[in-house]
Design a protein around this ligand. Structure first.
Ligand code: HEC
Length: 108
C-alpha cells in the first residue's frame, strides 16, 4: 500500500457519509420545500393573485388536511392535486408548519 492511501480512503469515506445526511435533512426542511409553493402562493404564503388562496394564517392541521385531501383526490383543484402528490406526509407537515408560522396579516 502506498503511504497516504489510508488517509485518502478515509476522507472519501467521510464525504460519502456526510453528503447523504445533508440531502436527507434538506428533504424535510419546510422552508426549502416551501420555495416551490412561493411562486404561486407568494413568499411567506401571502398570495398576490386573488385566484390563488393565501396560506399564511391557516393552522398546521388545516394545511395538512387540505394537502392530504388534494393528494388522495377527495378535494378537487386545478393544479393542487398534482402538486400534493409530489410530497410524503412528513414533507407536507414540514411545509404546513412553515406556512402556519406566518400571520394572516401577511396575506391581506
Ligand atoms: C402552479 C401554482 C401553484 C403551486 C406551485 C402551488 N399551488 Fe397551492 N394552490 C394553487 C391554486 C390555483 C389553488 C386553488 C386550488 C386549485 O385550483 O388547485 C391552490 C390551493 C392551495 C391550498 C388550499 C388553500 C385554501 O385555503 O383553500 C393549499 C393548502 C395549497 N394550495 C398549498 C400549496 C403548497 C403547500 C404548495 C407547495 C408544495 C403549493 N400549494 C404549490 C396554485 C399553486
Amino acid at each position: 500500500m502506498r503511504p497516504g492511501f489510508a488517509g485518502v480512503s478515509f476522507s472519501t469515506f467521510l464525504i460519502c457519509v456526510a453528503i447523504p445526511s445533508i440531502a436527507i435533512s434538506q428533504s424535510i426542511n419546510g422552508a426549502v420545500i416551501a420555495n416551490t409553493c412561493a411562486g404561486c402562493h407568494g413568499t411567506y404564503g401571502a398570495s398576490v393573485d386573488t385566484k390563488i388562496p393565501p396560506l399564511a394564517g391557516q393552522t398546521t392541521d388545516e394545511l395538512v388536511s387540505t394537502m392530504l385531501a388534494y393528494r388522495d383526490g377527495s378535494r378537487k383543484g386545478t393544479i393542487m392535486n398534482r402538486v400534493a402528490r409530489a410530497y410524503n406526509e412528513e414533507e407536507i407537515r414540514a411545509i404546513a408548519e412553515y406556512f402556519a408560522s406566518f400571520p394572516k396579516e401577511n396575506s391581506e
